[in-house]
Design a protein around this ligand. Structure first.
Ligand code: ADP
Length: 591
């Protein structure tokens, strides 16, 4: 249905009411005026007829017809009244306008009949003789012979019509002025009604679009005022509720977003209805394509799909470990529960995803470590056992061989001791790091480096290697001196082991870009690029045979890494095969 503006509904109604009342008033006024005018004229005519009837009395008695007719014409012309004299038989004896001989019998005229019956007769009629509306008044005139004649006077109503017309014109002009005023008033009224309604409409559109900042103005009209008031109240209430809902949602989102575990919710049709950042990252989905699509479309992992389907169908909580394979293996512990609404009906499932890849990796590292340790310990033990058996089987009696075997056994025992010592150091440090922070003090670095060099001096001299120290006296760092000394000893020890006799090893301390850096530089064999990333792992040996020969355990650099980290720093290596290596420990500079 086409809607009309309120203005166009009100305005025509006002106009119709105005026109109808105008026509009614005009019609009523003109009808009243006409009847008043005719009444007045009738009284006037009755008076005139009374006046002239005396003049006709004697003439009628004498039946002197020519005199009657000429008197009719004379009196009638003088008073602009038509006078007709009718004898008892209805014959016209005289008439102002016509020749009486040519006029028909007048006894059937209503005014004549009425005059004879009631004393006065009157009638308004169209005169065929004069071709216009006429007012007739007749009076009876009793003749001495007992007959009743009638004297009739009449005037034209044309003059009344003219007068009526001029009055009606005035009424119509007045009415049109009133109608004009009414149009203006109705225009004003419609605007007064539709104006506030328009304001309220605009206000409600604003509210619907969520803008509650501006209120609807309150009007002095009771109804509009109340409407505006209740709309404003509604808006205020809506605003309050929406804000509450938004803040609740934000809180929930913040909680979900800050969770380390991935959270994924689906409805009974397996359409995704919620997910947090962790879940998106784990499953590799973007927030736009997940909303309201099925799990099958969003997550390609068949195990997860099956798991969710199982939770939905059994309506029981479940737990499982699944493997995600896109972009490297990820082990995910999934925990599914049924989502229920306030009435306890199942409406979907909630899946919590826990990335246990790190645990898996740690587990693998632990397994590797145990295997490595066993392997590393087994070699010297096997060797010791072999030589001891050889000795027992008789070699004991050959002093020279026995001595050689015992020396080997001693070397292997040294190696065992070295491995066990390194392992103990590592495990002690891990325990310390696990329990509390190691205690750090601001100390001059120079002293620590000097003391480490002293420990290695003897071994260096054996290979005729010189150790050069360069470190500013005033350079201080926040360190645990015995631990850091151990780390530097390990680095210098390696440098000596992998350098040619007679070469020089540089040990330096410096402050660069907010870090304190300890560097141990040698011109030794160096390490190939592919080994560098794994060099600090436990038991990682570049050249197993050579390292063993040099008494390496593969734990030295792992200890360096640990000590660096315990200081809040990290180790680094730069090396080129055949040219030498620089191992460094980076520590945060003390304030
Ligand atoms: P190890 O006790 O055997 O020295 P590390 O963990 O200290 O064990 O070192 C691991 C491996 O790194 C060694 O086997 C060796 O190949 C290499 N490496 C360490 N330091 C140096 C160095 N200064 N020059 C060359 N290679 C080195």
């Amino acid at each position: 249905m086409r809607r009309k503006r309120l203005f166009w509904q009100l305005f025509p109604t006002f106009i119709v009411i105005a026109l109808v009342s105008l026509i009614a008033v005009t019609w009523f006024a003109s009808a009243s005026y006409k009847s008043f005018f005719i009444n007045e004229s009738r009284y006037d005519l009755v008076a005139r007829t009374n006046l002239i009837s005396d003049r006709f009395g004697p003439l009628l008695t004498d039946r002197s017809i020519p005199q009657i007719d000429s008197l009719c014409k004379a009196l009638g012309n003088k008073s602009s009244t038509r006078i007709t004299v009718i004898d008892p038989s209805g014959r016209v004896l005289g008439d102002t306008e016509e020749n009486p001989a040519e006029m028909d019998n007048h006894n059937d005229r209503p005014e004549v009949i009425e005059a004879k019956n009631e004393g006065v007769g009157s009638s308004v009629r169209y005169s065929h003789t004069l071709k216009q509306d006429m007012l007739y008044v007749a009076l009876p005139l009793n003749l001495p012979d007992g007959g009743t004649a009638a004297i009739r006077t009449s005037i034209s109503l044309a003059s009344i019509g003219d007068a009526l017309w001029s009055i009606n014109t005035k009424i119509i002009i007045g009415g049109l002025v009133i109608a004009g005023v009414m149009v203006l008033v109705s225009l004003y009224m419609s605007r007064r009604i539709s104006g506030p309604l328009e304001e309220i409409r605009k206000g409600s559109v604003r509210f619907a679009s969520g803008d509650f900042s501006r209120k609807i103005p309150v009007y002095d009209s009771l109804e509009f005022g109340m409407l505006a008031d209740s709309m404003n109240q509604m808006a205020q209430e809506l605003d309050r509720r929406i804000k509450a809902i938004i803040s609740q949602r934000n809180e929930q989102e913040a909680v979900l977003a800050s969770m380390v575990e991935g959270v994924l919710a689906v409805d009974m049709e397996e359409r995704v209805i919620g997910h947090n950042r962790a879940a998106r990252e784990l499953l590799g989905i973007s927030s736009e394509d997940a909303e309201h699509r099925t799990l099958h479309e969003v997550v390609r992992n068949i195990d997860l799909q099956r798991f969710v389907a199982r939770v939905l169908s059994t309506r029981e909580s479940a737990e499982e470990e699944i493997v995600l394979r896109d972009g490297g293996e990820k082990y995910i512990q999934v925990h599914g529960t049924v989502l229920r609404d306030a009435r306890g009906n199942s409406i979907g499932a909630l899946v919590v995803l826990n990335d246990v890849t790190r645990l898996h990796r740690l587990e693998a590292v632990r397994r590797d470590f145990v295997a490595n340790v066993s392997h590393e310990l087994k070699t010297p033990v096997t060797s010791i056992k072999g030589f001891v058996e050889t000795l027992l089987e008789g070699a004991m009696n050959e002093p020279e061989s026995a001595r050689r075997f015992l020396e080997v056994i001693s070397r292997q025992a040294d190696r065992l001791q070295a491995i066990i010592e390194d392992l103990l150091t590592l495990s002690r440090m891990e325990q310390d790091a696990g329990r509390t922070q190691i205690s750090l003090r601001v100390e001059p670095l120079n002293a620590v480096l000097k003391s480490a060099i002293q420990v290695c001096e003897l071994k260096a001299q054996e290979s005729n290697i010189r150790i050069k120290l360069s470190c500013p006296e005033d350079l201080k760092a926040k360190v645990n001196a015995p631990l850091l000394e151990q780390a530097v000893i390990n680095l210098i020890d390696n440098a000596i082991k992998y350098s040619e006799a007679g070469s020089v090893i540089g040990v330096s301390g410096s402050r660069e870009n907010g870090e304190v850096i300890i560097r141990v530089t040698d011109r030794g064999s160096g390490v190939a690029k592919e080994h560098l990333p794994r060099l600090f792992e436990r038991f990682y040996l570049v050249d197993r045979a050579r390292s063993r020969k040099l008494g390496g355990t593969g734990l030295g650099l792992a200890i360096v890494k640990h000590i660096s980290q315990a200081h809040g720093g990290y180790p680094k290596v730069e090396s080129a095969p055949g040219k030498g290596s620089t191992f460094s420990i980076h520590l945060p500079a003390a304030e």
